[in-house]
Design a protein around this ligand. Structure first.
Ligand code: DX5
Ligand code: ZN
Length: 230
């Protein structure tokens, strides 16, 4: 399934930020075998957010394995002026690229650059940024995905901020059905069903998957909690 369709499915997206990097290949294989079809990559530049994490070289290292399983690489750019690096991440094998609304004065242009690079285009909002700022980009048809940060970006293993439920609902009601809604931060067995009900179809989970003793089992239990199958 191409990224343009996959981002609209109900998917739990493991974030490799919480993976054991010494065993990244094995950990990826475990969650892919458990059914993960979206792998989330958190890119941090030490400026937009304090930590520094992964670059295009890491996307390039995992892309073939992810694609071979029929999954997509979902790149979340927590970097300033993301439009400058869109081409590098697309060439490295990203399928979906999300830029932060707060990281550039040229969000509309950045989204167009992502599309031109052949990827689905997402815009992320920090907790204090209102949902309404995405209305014009959505109306202009340059937005494929809205990412609602349910924690402050930069670190895993934080508690979900309570207002996120209302904001997800607002995004889902405001945006056309052709725009996917992703939630990122503090997703666990307790919050997953609530964010799914509030309107998110893509749920990012780092700690809840990779800090578990058995990431594959944790992945499946979390997906079942989000979208119960009787
Ligand atoms: C935070 C990152 C998240 C992070 C989520 O800035 O964008 O993707 O990995 O981690 P958990 O699931 O542990 O809250
Ligand atoms: Zn993320």
């Amino acid at each position: 399934m191409p990224a343009s369709q996959r981002i609209h499915a109900r998917e739990l997206a493991p974030s490799i930020l919480a993976a054991d990097l010494l065993r990244l290949e094995a950990q990826l294989s475990e969650v892919l075998a458990a059914g993960a079809r979206v792998i989330h990559v958190d890119v941090m530049d030490g400026h937009f957010v304090p930590p520094i994490t992964f670059g295009p070289n890491v996307v390039s290292a995992i892309a073939e394995r992810v694609h071979a399983a029929g999954a997509i690489v979902d790149v979340h750019l927590m970097i300033e002026r993301p439009e400058r690096l869109v081409g590098d991440f697309a060439s490295a094998g990203a399928d979906s690229i999300t830029v932060h609304f707060e990281a550039t004065p040229h969000v509309h242009y950045a989204l167009q650059r992502v599309r031109e690079a052949g990827c689905t285009a997402g815009a992320a909002l920090c907790p204090a940024t209102p949902a309404a700022v995405l209305a014009d980009a959505a109306a202009d048809g340059v937005l494929d995905l809205a990412l609602c940060m349910s924690v402050n970006p930069g670190w895993g293993n934080q508690r979900l901020i309570g207002h996120s439920y209302a904001k997800l609902g607002e995004l889902r009601r405001m945006l056309p059905s052709g725009v996917a809604v992703e939630v990122d931060g503090g997703v666990d067995a307790a919050t997953a069903p609530r964010v799914a009900q509030a309107g998110a179809n893509l749920l990012v989970a780092g700690t809840a998957v990779f800090a578990a003793a058995d990431p594959a089992a944790a992945f499946q239990a979390l997906a079942q909690a989000a979208w119960p199958v009787s």
